[in-house]
Design a binder for this molecule. Structure first.
Ligand code: FAD
Length: 474
């Protein structure tokens, strides 16, 4: 009897443990993907993520077809569809790679139990992490809440890497159950705001490998310095591929060890970043409520403000702080934002503008192609001072100094905020300080072509610290 291979966030054919195990059984394989957004609760994939998923499924379908198989698509209850496919194919076995976020992980346990009761063999595997969260605990048996001791605990563990399967030997069924057309899943929005994404991304498994090859060929050597420079293409941009599993961290770590000297700073720091993703999953797994409430629960009562106008200005990249606006527009145009700028824009939102970190997390969730519940939650709680290994709330980034330091000649700003294109580097992060003649020459009228700062930096900082004092004394 056939084996069902249930794809979820592991949309690749290489280094896929469930696929490998299915092949080893030697029976025909029925590859399946079920679109069931409501099963993810409040954290169903956002709009940009769905755009990516559409392309990823198209690519996976083609790759399977080239190898003689077919990807079956369904929409609706996962358990019902799996039972239907089992009935139609006579499969007695189903394999998948594990998910770690609630409520999906509880759902998976429930599906496993139900299908086993039906007499079906169900096995799950790890393909998306170097170390699964349940495998690392502190000396006293507690989950890690600080990155460095976590990293020290897991960094030297052996990492298996699976080879590309021997495709000619893989069996597929002669007849398949009914499949929903990809277009009918309606993953693409009606308004085509995503058109500019195509210039930035090749959202396929091969595209992931190409990115990795390019990164390892040069940028990785200088990654320890270049990763903080949004004006430089110094990072790997692999995050959306990792999110949908078109590449796995084992593949990255393995290639890194094969091709680079891990005693050199660049490759070393890069590998540590891959472990930040692992740490984020470790926190999410052990503290599954953190997407909705801060890990440091007392921060639930922080005196956040609600101001629709400043939130909108931030979302659309009209805060008057060029580095922030460039980041928010990069996000809108490409579905991605440089990590340094994520830190700057999130700080402005939760400190100068006093918005709850969850407002930012929700906006990122909808607009990032790499939106990942673990890393997004960790990142936002880091900025909000209320998460695992977080920056203390009193440390307020200065968006002017951050801009001057990490985008010194303003080329990042100019790329995404074209109205400031003609402003000299001296004023690119402080247009309000430019003399009238300079603004005239640059064709910028502040308040008309580009906004004045939404709040004075010192005033914003003082207000954030006052809110912190009020919170502490309450
Ligand atoms: P590289 O610098 O090339 O790093 C390689 C990989 O390491 C990344 O793809 C990612 O998987 C991992 N990584 C790097 N930095 C981090 C980090 N700080 N935390 C966790 N993993 C990391 N990352 C997401 O993947 N999805 C998110 O939704 C997300 N939201 C974030 C929100 C905020 C407020 C902040 C500050 C950070 C967020 N990050 C998120 C982390 C980080 O910004 C991105 O992983 C990184 O910018 C992706 O670009 P890259 O692939 O070029 O990274």
């Amino acid at each position: 009897p056939a084996t069902i291979l249930w794809f979820r966030k592991d949309l690749r054919l290489a280094d896929n443990s469930a696929l490998e195990a299915a092949i080893e059984r030697g029976a025909p394989i029925v590859p399946v993907f079920i679109w069931a957004p409501e099963e993810a609760g409040d954290w169903a994939p956002g709009a940009a993520s769905k755009w990516w998923l559409h392309q990823a499924l198209a690519g996976l379908g083609e790759s399977l077809q080239e190898r003689g198989g077919k990807l079956i698509l369904r929409e609706g209850s996962s358990l019902q569809h799996l039972r239907d496919i089992i009935a139609k194919t006579g499969a007695r076995r189903i394999y998948w790679n594990r998910r770690y976020e609630s409520p999906l992980r509880e759902l998976d346990a429930e599906i496993k139990r139900s299908l086993r009761e039906d007499g079906v063999e169900v096995e799950s595997f790890n393909s998306s992490l170097l170390n699964e969260p349940h495998t690392a605990a502190t000396g006293s048996g507690q989950p890690y809440k600080v990155y460095t001791p976590y990293w020290k605990k897991v960094k030297d563990r052996e990492l298996p890497v699976l080879a590309e399967p021997d495709w000619p030997a893989v069996q597929f069924p002669e007849r398949y159950p009914q499949s929903t057309p990809l277009e009918a899943l309606n993953l693409l929005p009606k308004v085509q705001w995503y058109r500019s994404f195509y210039a930035h991304w090749d959202p396929s498994e091969a595209g992931a490998m190409k990115r990795l090859d390019t990164f390892l060929a040069a940028a990785v050597e200088n990654y320890d310095c270049a990763r903080d420079r949004p004006d430089d293409d110094g990072t790997s941009c692999l995050s959306p591929y990792l999110q949908w599993g078109q590449i796995g961290p084992r593949q990255i770590a393995h290639r890194l060890k094969q091709q680079c000297d891990l005693r050199a700073k660049g490759p070393q720091v890069y590998l540590k970043e891959i472990y930040w993703r692992e740490f984020a999953y470790n926190v999410l797994y052990h503290f599954p409520h953190t997407p909705d409430t801060p890990l440091r629960e007392e921060y639930t009562d922080f005196p956040w403000e609600h101001d629709a106008a400043t939130l909108k200005a931030w979302q659309t990249g009209h805060t008057g702080y060029p580095i922030v606006d460039a980041g928010m527009r990069q996000l809108w145009q490409t579905g991605w934002m440089h990590n340094r700028v994520r830190m700057i824009v999130s700080s402005l939102l939760v400190k100068h503008l006093l918005h709850n970190w969850q407002e930012g997390a929700k906006w990122f969730w909808d607009t990032l192609v790499d939106a990942d519940l673990a890393s997004n939650t960790l990142g936002w709680q880091w900025s909000g001072g209320c998460g695992a290994d977080a920056a203390p709330y009193f440390r307020v980034f200065n968006p002017i100094i951050q801009g001057q330091k990490f985008d010194p000649d303003g080329s990042y700003v100019k790329r995404f905020v074209p109205e400031l294109k003609k402003l000299p580097a001296k004023y690119i992060h402080t247009p309000w300080e430019a003399p009238d003649g300079v603004l005239d020459y640059a064709g910028v009228e502040l308040g008309k072509d580009y906004p004045e700062p939404i709040i004075d930096h010192q005033a914003g900082r003082a207000r954030a610290l006052a809110a912190l004092d009020q919170f502490k004394s309450a």
